[in-house]
Each structure stands twice: as structure tokens, then as C-alpha cells.
Design a protein around this ligand. Sequence first.
Ligand SMILES: Nc1ncnc2c1ncn2[C@@H]1O[C@H](COP(=O)(O)OP(=O)(O)O)[C@@H](O)[C@H]1O
Ligand SMILES: [Mg+2]
Length: 254
Amino acid sequence: MRKPVLEFRDVSFSYGGKKPILDQLNMTVYDREFVTIIGASGSGKSTLFRLITGLEQEETGAVWLNGEQFKSRHGRTGYMPQQDLLMPWRTVLENASVPLELAGVSKREAAKRIIPLLDEFGLEGSADKYPSELSGGMRQRVSFLRSVLTGSNILLLDEPFSALDAITRLSMQEWLLDQWEQREKTILFITHDVNEALFLSDRIFIFRDTPVRTLEEVAVPLSRPRSQRDLNDPAVIKLKNDLIDQLRNEVKKP
Ligand SMILES: Nc1ncnc2c1ncn2[C@@H]1O[C@H](COP(=O)(O)OP(=O)(O)O)[C@@H](O)[C@H]1O
Ligand SMILES: [Mg+2]
């Protein structure tokens, strides 16, 4: 039996009672799934993440995490927001420490836990560097490390690779899949890149009309491990073209 780790039950949401974004949305994500959300800009993808993290509250309905409903969902998911929020005045080590500090872990203990992880995150020798001294890919790895250090089984990654050049992006995708498998996490990932969605995901959710009432859902017909070349499979190319058509239709609407 697959265990649900995230459930939306009839969730409705709007910002300040205006323009509804979600309308009685139901959604289930299962343990150790990789789910990608695609949709036109402004369709409410980031809002969905803000609801999951507890930064926004549902107006009606309920959000369940790991089979429970919490009064406050703060700190219960690892969240990497759309803008990389590394603090420029903090080193890599100090930035990565934030979730541990919030959990009351001492600075020394935090460093003891983080230093061995830097290697695994491709950040060896960078503990004392500042974000401005890092490449885009390294900054994203620090952000990702920070979301993993929340200890949550659910990671929410909002367009994490959109600012990277094409080649760095491909290697970050492969790296992320490795991490996801090793760490046994459930990942929700937002992107507007259809290839990225196909390469990474088990399922793709499509945000079509706002307000979002139902999610259209596509299962990616690829086994794992995957290579970028698998995207040349005719079934995947067809799916890619269908997805692009759907997204294009969304944009054309008035
Ligand atoms: N804090 C906010 N207050 C009011 N409206 C917002 C706020 N954040 C986003 N919106 C609006 O909600 C809609 C969905 O935004 P968002 O979830 O960021 O979309 P996406 O991530 O799909 O591009 C947009 O119309 C946006 O302008
Ligand atoms: Mg967004």
C-alpha cells in the first residue's frame, strides 16, 4: 500500500477574499514520489507551496501532512522558495545552519552535523565562503541542503534551477535525482520546463484554469534510473508535445 504523505481535501484559497486560486482542490502525493507541477505563470503554483508550508492558510478544507492535520505546519516541510533566500552576510555553514538553529540546536552541534554533509552536496571546502563567492549551482545546493536539514520527509522546490545555464541545469537534475533516492524523500517540484518535468518526475500535475478545481495528471512512462537520452523515447516526445500544447492553450486564453 502506498502511504499518502500530503493530502489536500477540498481546499479553497484566495488572497484576501479576492480572485480565488484554489477551489475545493483534492490532491494526494505518496511517500517517496517525485511530483512536478507545471502551469502558466500566475496560475497559483507557488501559492500551493505557501499553503503546504503554512505560510498561507486554507479558507476551507484541510491539508494533511503524513496522515495528520497540524494547527501550524511551519517547519514541517523543507521549503526552497522561488528566490534563493541565502543570507549574503552568512557563510555557507551559517546559512545551512538556519533550520537547526530554529530547532534549538547549538552552533557547535550544527557545524558538527553539517560539515560532513558538505562533501555529499558538492560543497567541500566551501563552509566559510559567502553566497557571493559561489556559482549558481552551488548556491542552489546550499538551499537544498538547508531544506534537507529541516529533517522533513517532504521537500518543496519552487523552480530551483530556472536561473542556471542549460548544462549546469542538466547536471543538477541528475544530482537531485540521486539525492532524492538516497535520502528517501518525497519531492514536489515546480518548473515551467517540460523536459525537466519529464526527466525528474513520477507524475506531473498541470495547473490549468485558475481557480484550480482539479489537477490534470500525467504519469511519466519511464523507469529509473533515467538518463537524459530517455527523453528521446517516442512515447515521451509525444507526451512532451501534448504538454506544451496544453500550456500554450492556457497562455492564449484571455
Ligand atoms: N501575497 C499575495 N497577495 C496577493 N496576491 C498574490 C500574492 N501572491 C501571489 N498573488 C497572486 O496570486 C496568483 C498566483 O500567484 P503564484 O502562486 O505566485 O503563481 P505561479 O507561482 O503559478 O506563477 C497571481 O495572480 C499572483 O499575482
Ligand atoms: Mg511561482
